[in-house]
Design a protein around this ligand. Structure first.
Ligand SMILES: Cc1cc2nc3c(=O)[nH]c(=O)nc-3n(C[C@H](O)[C@H](O)[C@H](O)COP(=O)(O)O)c2cc1C
Length: 218
């Protein structure tokens, strides 16, 4: 076991107060965005959209979406260096999937003659699609894989973060309609550097169940 991995995962935590004067470097932002793009998903569906809020204007727009609820998360909108809206496609169609299979062939990952066989994997999406074409339960699960990937990447970069299910999906949907392009954001991730002495969650021990409670090795 690499102790560095465990040390990084123990060091990462959910930040509760950001230092607005500290910004994530452009180099680290490039790593974060590429890591997101490289996230794995079932049948390589990639049924997501990630909206990176970087400008003051974008942060203000996000701030505005807390007018009705979850105000405890609102300060992060302006104080964190960046926030990423992680959004799922509620209706991931076979046609959309074919674009992913096109990329499979274009990249050299999939031989062209196996195109149809690969398209058959859409059955996994179909099995999770209701009569109205909604498969957001399944696509949202894929988005959470990207979130988990991101949390680990940030741990390794030594950047603090706050996963937020405490967001107003409806207002975000309205405010960021052009960027979301039909995708639904029910979770966001604030990122940056904690405010020294003002983040009550910083430096506390990890609180997790015991290994024997969650792990079975047989
Ligand atoms: C999907 C998800 C949603 C969360 N939503 C919020 C939130 O809205 N606000 C918040 O302060 N923390 C939120 N958290 C943080 C969790 O409470 C935290 O990850 C958990 O207590 C473990 O602590 P740690 O992240 O410091 O290790 C969320 C975490 C996850 C994974």
């Amino acid at each position: 076991m690499s102790q560095q991995i465990i040390a990084d995962l123990n060091a990462r935590y959910t930040a509760k107060k950001y230092d607005p004067s500290k910004r994530i470097s452009a180099n680290d932002m490039a790593i974060i965005k590429e890591a997101l793009r490289l996230s794995a998903s079932s049948i390589n569906s990639q049924p997501w959209k990630f909206v990176v809020l970087e400008s003051d204007e974008a942060k203000q727009r996000f701030h505005n979406t807390f007018v009705n609820k979850h105000q405890f998360n609102q300060p992060h909108a302006k104080e964190a260096s960046h926030t990423i809206l992680l959004a799922y496609d509620p209706k991931f169609t076979k046609e959309k999937y074919s674009k992913r299979v096109d990329a499979e062939v274009r990249s050299g990952h999939l031989p062209a003659e196996r195109y149809d066989a690969f398209m058959g994997a859409y059955a996994f999406a179909e099995a999770n699609t209701d009569a109205q074409g909604f498969n957001g339960g399944w696509t949202k699960a894929q988005v959470y894989l990207a979130l988990g990937n991101l949390l680990h990447v940030l741990a390794r970069l030594g950047i603090a973060s706050t996963p937020m299910e405490g967001v107003d999906a409806e207002l975000i949907g309205k405010e960021f309609a052009p960027e979301l392009d039909g995708h639904v954001c029910e979770v966001a991730l604030a990122m940056g550097y904690h405010k020294q002495g003002e983040d009550y969650n910083h430096g506390l021990p990890k609180a997790r169940l015991l290994a024997e409670d969650v792990l079975a090795v047989v």
